[in-house]
Design a protein around this ligand. Sequence first.
Ligand code: M6R
Length: 365
Amino acid sequence: DKGNYKHFMAKEIHEQPEVLGHTLSQYVDYTQNKANVAGSEQLRFKDLSRLVITACGTAYLAGLVGKYWFEKYARLPVDIDIASEFRYRETPLSSADSALFISQSGETADTLASLRYCKSQGASIGAIVNVPESTIARESDVIFPTIAGPEVGVASTKAFTCQLAVLAALALQAGRERGTLTFEEEAKLVSELTELPTLTLKALSNEVEIQKLSQQLSKATNALYLGRNTSFPIALEGALKLKELSYIHAEGYAAGELKHGPIALIDENIPVVVIAPFDAIYEKTVSNMQEVAARGGRIILITDERGAAQCGTSPETVVVLPEMSDIVAPIVYALPVQMIAYHTAVFMGTDVDQPRNLAKSVTVE
Ligand code: M6R
């Protein structure tokens, strides 16, 4: 049931404040401000020398954000790969390793094959899934369900942000178990996570403006998305969403890679979506943005008030989100990126919930 929405995707985007609240309440202890992930001991974070993460598509991009968090908060090295590469590259693994799989459906063929490979090598297996009765869930030693509810739109939206919420809690849990976070640091990070329902609700209030910029975007044939640090996977996600829904060719890049090739694409016809919360590396992203502006690129900047005040150029459009802590930023910044893809597709008249050539669950290799 789509309720009052035109598409399942719109409904699922708007459900995020609520389902993030549900998911978080499963993984954090609000009374003590601690991560509280049942079953995490199966992954043996304390003695682990690396964590292997494998997934496809948007779920892979959630894992990529997870890598930044596990490395930063738990000092745990992460090897992440897309499942269709991982399964064929003969990674050495042993019973000392733990592997984490991320899948909304729990049925993705390449992700399942990667899981079976890791299992055959003796690794401990964990899975973040949205369908707890799925094959991937059944074959894992421990599952961390996202409480997103059924996701009908082919484009993954609420499952993605809930995967991020689970990964954030897991990274903090790992940080505590490995002794890399003090109680005070963990409590602060957990209380920042509890802001997610409020922050994502505020992010949704930019929809009218996003609709306007999407009308412009729908005239483009190519688009670029740029970001650094945890905004880099969100740039990749923005580009993936735009191409799968609107069929506009889009690429996401780490902003620092611009001068290593993609800057050659910049002219006055290409919209460049820059994802840049005002954080410790904001200045670095701004200098990349100025390189784009100097070549006539049309900038759509997604930032906060401080970022908007200090961007030094005049972007065509600025989407202003509330100021927020680093840990919640990739989750909240995912929403404008989803809304841009959604509204652009609506302007293009494509089949938003069932884009051409795509299936909700990719059970073939
Ligand atoms: O069910 P899964 O999470 O394993 O699916 C993985 C990808 O097929 C999926 O995320 C795909 O990239 C989406 N259509 C993206 O919106």
